[in-house]
Design a protein around this ligand. Structure first.
Ligand SMILES: Nc1ncnc2c1ncn2[C@@H]1O[C@H](COP(=O)(O)OP(=O)(O)OP(=O)(O)O)[C@@H](O)[C@H]1O
Ligand SMILES: [Mg+2]
Length: 370
């Protein structure tokens, strides 16, 4: 018998055959970026922003150059500068000779040294301990210079852009915007997952990127798109899953791509040849058990009010949480208490957009009261 690998993936970027649908989002993003419109892509966690960006990258026509820059975890201006220079230049000039010949032509204030680390090209910035604003300005101007030099439009995608607020010592958004706004040959896409922070960055008049681009919010994947994907993946790997099972699992995950892939992966492992509703129910229980210790730790670190709100949210996800009925039913005391608990849970990222972010955690919470 033929051996197959599990066709469901989570926690990694998915593209190509592993990527479902998002046709409309892809069209909107592509058309806007090609037209020179800057875009802001946001959603709560793990809804597929990075995968969508990578997918768009593979679908852009040859006359544009896509560049992907992930700024997660960057805390200083100097490392940001280095990251930007590296991602830009090694994508635009994939060979050492062209990079050497072309790059320094574009920079007058910043001196670079090009080195080989194992087999990868790396650009080092020969700056002092701190990077000066003049140097930073030149680097922020580099996308437009590269676009002109190559005679191509650049599509520069910043992932985890909300992280910009972590980069010290002072705000660099201003400096960045002051350069980016003059770029005629570059389309920028900013993606980020801390939804409220992203909104502040782009919608608050006090922030430099106020109204810089067109916003796009990513949602879950609709059932009619996800169902055939799941069905096909099972068939292609010598197994089956019936329609009721798919329906049950998609109702459970609501079409959230990460949790759907995670659950499907478990179901697939648990299936010898045919998955049904019972297989799905068992797989959910298995995942919850596997995460049990972690959920318990999370739970123990919460206050009484936060726990009560979670119980209410998991049992009555659609209720109005500020209504007296809800407050009384879950002993939440007052709307002000609900608000405070919400905020605390949102800061811990346990709740996102008013919902418990981890669907399996929500299910685990339900087991506490039954
Ligand atoms: N279009 C898609 N089709 C199928 N699965 C997807 C799709 N998009 C995302 N996924 C699933 O969701 C997971 C998370 O996707 P991805 O890392 O792209 O999301 P993200 O929004 O960038 O997450 P984060 O908030 O961690 O940055 C993937 O590992 C994959 O399992
Ligand atoms: Mg991501």
């Amino acid at each position: 018998m033929m051996q197959y690998n599990n066709p469901f993936k989570y926690g990694v970027v998915v593209t190509g055959d592993d990527f479902v649908n998002r046709k409309e989002e892809i069209t909107v993003l592509t058309e806007n970026l090609l037209a020179g419109q800057h875009m802001i892509l946001y959603s709560s966690r793990k809804l597929g922003k990075t995968s969508l960006m990578k997918q768009v990258t593979t679908l852009l026509p040859n006359h544009v150059l896509p560049i992907y820059i992930d700024i997660f975890g960057i805390t200083s201006k100097k490392t940001l500068a280095k990251k930007i220079v590296n991602d830009l230049t090694t994508t635009v000039y994939p060979t050492l000779t062209t990079l050497k010949n072309e790059l320094q032509k574009l920079l007058s204030r910043v001196t670079v040294k090009i080195i080989l680390v194992q087999d990868t090209i790396e650009v080092e910035l020969q700056t002092g301990e701190y990077i000066r604003d003049e140097e930073l300005e030149e680097i922020f101007d580099l996308p437009e210079q590269l676009a002109k030099q190559k005679g191509k439009r650049l599509v520069v995608m910043f992932d985890e852009f909300q992280n910009i607020t972590e980069i010290g010592p002072e705000q660099i958004e201003k400096l960045m915007r002051s350069k980016f706004q003059h770029h005629k040959n570059v389309s920028y896409l900013f993606a980020g997952s801390k939804t409220t922070l992203m909104k502040t960055l782009f919608n608050d008049q006090n922030h430099a990127f106020y109204w810089f681009g067109k916003e796009m919010k990513l949602n879950t994947i609709p059932k009619p798109e996800f169902a055939p994907f799941i069905h096909t993946k099972f068939i292609q790997t010598g197994k089956t899953i019936n329609a009721q099972a798919i329906d049950y699992l998609l109702n459970f995950t609501n079409g959230h791509p990460y949790f759907t892939q995670k659950l499907c992966q478990q179901i697939w492992y648990d299936t010898l040849d045919a998955a049904d509703e019972e297989t799905v129910i068992q797989a959910i229980q298995k995942i919850i058990r596997a995460e049990g210790d972690f959920y318990e730790q999370t739970w123990n670190a919460l206050t009484k009010m936060q726990k009560r709100l979670l119980v209410g949210l998991s049992a009555d996800p659609d209720a109005n949480k500020y209504a007296q009925r809800f407050i009384q039913k879950y002993d939440l005391q007052s709307a002000a208490h609900v608000k405070r608990a919400y905020e605390a849970l949102e800061n811990k990222r346990i709740i996102e957009e008013r919902k418990i972010s981890d669907i399996f955690f929500s299910e685990w919470v339900k087991t506490l009261i039954t």
